[in-house]
Design a protein around this ligand. Structure first.
Ligand SMILES: *[C@@H]1O[C@H](CO)[C@@H](O)[C@H](O)[C@H]1NC(C)=O
Length: 129
């Protein structure tokens, strides 16, 4: 009983220290087109991340992409996904303002490349087909 309570506390504090996990940062069930709103949850207090990619995965196909993979292994998804890139505006306004990068074909799907650690994706590897 005591051990359970302690491990719950450890989980909570790990999340607190290390921030959002890969899925929370990069995976959405649907896209509503609002970068500013989506980035509020991503940015740490006082910081504006320069760019963040959102992967639209309504059927949770990315869920176990790192299952059975080695630590530090780079994995490319079998499935292809629509992605949205939110890029910070150049303006020096205090607020973090974002604009979605316009793609030639907004419905284009790409394979997702990630870095795995302990059977979980920890890093989105930028732009690869
Ligand atoms: C950010 O840039 C976009 C595109 O240039 C613009 O429409 C938007 O108003 C800008 N946001 C702010 C807060 O400056």
């Amino acid at each position: 009983m005591k051990i359970q309570v302690i491990s719950v506390l450890l989980l909570l504090s790990a999340e607190h220290i290390f921030g959002l996990n890969f899925y929370q940062k990069h995976v959405v069930k649907e896209w509503d087109g609002n970068c500013d709103e989506k980035m509020i949850a991503i940015n740490k207090p006082g910081k504006c991340k320069r760019i963040n990619t959102f992967i639209v995965d309504p059927d949770n196909l990315l869920g176990d992409i790192c299952k059975g993979k080695k630590n530090q292994e780079h994995v490319t998804s079998k499935d292809q996904f629509v992605t949205h890139d939110c890029v910070k505006n150049d303006s020096k306004l205090p607020a973090c303002a974002y604009t979605e990068e316009i793609k030639p074909d907004p419905n284009q799907k790409i394979r997702i490349k990630v870095l795995c650690e302990k059977n979980k994706p920890v890093h989105y590897e930028w732009k690869c087909n």
